[in-house]
Ligand binder design. Sequence first.
Ligand SMILES: *Cc1c(COP(=O)(O)O)cnc(C)c1O
Length: 451
Amino acid sequence: MQKLKYERPFIKKLNAGLMNKFGTRTETQPLTHIDGVPVKKLAEQYGSPLFVLSERQIRRNTRAALRAFKTRYPNVQFAWSYKTNYLNAVCNIFHQEGSWAEVVSGVEYRKALGNKVPGNQIVFNGPGKQKADLLLAIQHDSLIHIDHFDELYTLFEICNTISKKPRVAIRVNMDTGVYPVWDRFGFNFENEEAWSAITKIVSSGKLQLVGLHCHIGTFMLSTSAYRIAATKMCSLVMRCRNQLNNPLQYMDMGGGLPSTNTLKGAYLPGVDTVPSVDDFAEAITTAILDYGFKQDELPTLIMECGRVLIDDAGYLIGSVLANKRLSDGRRATILDFGVNTLFTSFWYDHQISPAQEFTQHTENMVLYGPLCMNIDVVRESINLPLLNAGDNLVVHKVGAYNMTQWMQFIMSRPAIVLIDEQQQPHVVRQAETLEYMEQPEQVPAHLMFNK
Ligand SMILES: *Cc1c(COP(=O)(O)O)cnc(C)c1O
């Protein structure tokens, strides 16, 4: 038998991830691989910064969330919120998992058509639909969720010129006990504006009122808000049937379920405080089931979840450009991405991991981006091992609202890679180039520099 090689014993500080005196945790583990692919290799091959998406995690999240609702309620339909992440590769994963498309603009509507989503599986929300968008949605038999009276009257006007009876719902806003109340979108429940819109639609005979919609907020931390919202929605569904003899096919409870990111200013990390999808599913489905519908009159429950399904499937790989000391002595580390690329750093204290082994010595530091702007702070204060120029790091849970809200500002936007379930990376969006940035520009002849 071969003798084992002697290894010198070493002492390693046990770090249980407890809070230090600043109330922040030390991020202790290096993240060297994403779905089996080495971070260093990804950065080398596709450049830094680089967004990475895990197909496996997106599918896992979607299936778990569907299970949470479908085990509790007989008819459930998901619709993928396009604005959360509308890369076509991403949308098509959700469509393969059975999700419809939830869109909030003409551009998103056309993207859904481009992804071959059948028109009757597109839910059209948003306060800014144009007449041409509405016409297109009517042609394709989509579900139009009306936001305000002017949109309703535009639809009436369109109906005078066509023979079709478009399928519509109204968006309802309401007091759910969470303040400030989101009352900018849709028709208000408490002051009967919603009911007034409903009666106008039904009595016109021009539109088919087939459902009701609400979306009570985003990154909601209260399950009771959903219970209250579902109960109020049920009362409208019941009233439509009893008073107007207009039974509704569905109730759309929108999205708003939180990911496990940590909101800025939160005392505890998101993973410890955010209710689970099961908690929300329980609140919503119990409210509907307990309301008193006959079994065969239960409305289909549509959910438009966004961030909760994709945030933790997204990573941002970056590199350290330099380190410096600020005048107050704080260590500052300059990264090759900033708020231009990572829009959600305005809202979250993102978890950030070094991508290589490091020493146990850590220090509280500021992480800056490369923009020549004072606001370009990725983390105001984070306890990390000392990183050297050239080191890589990985930002966690960036799948939602970054790859749609990123800015083309000072720098061009980086590539996005999707790692498939067989651990194969695919570029799903190339890094932008200067040519791409300047492509829509036109310079008048007298301003051509070589005139
Ligand atoms: C943005 C949006 C969603 C998704 O919201 P999340 O908070 O990401 O779940 C769903 N429905 C509507 C109408 C939206 O505007």
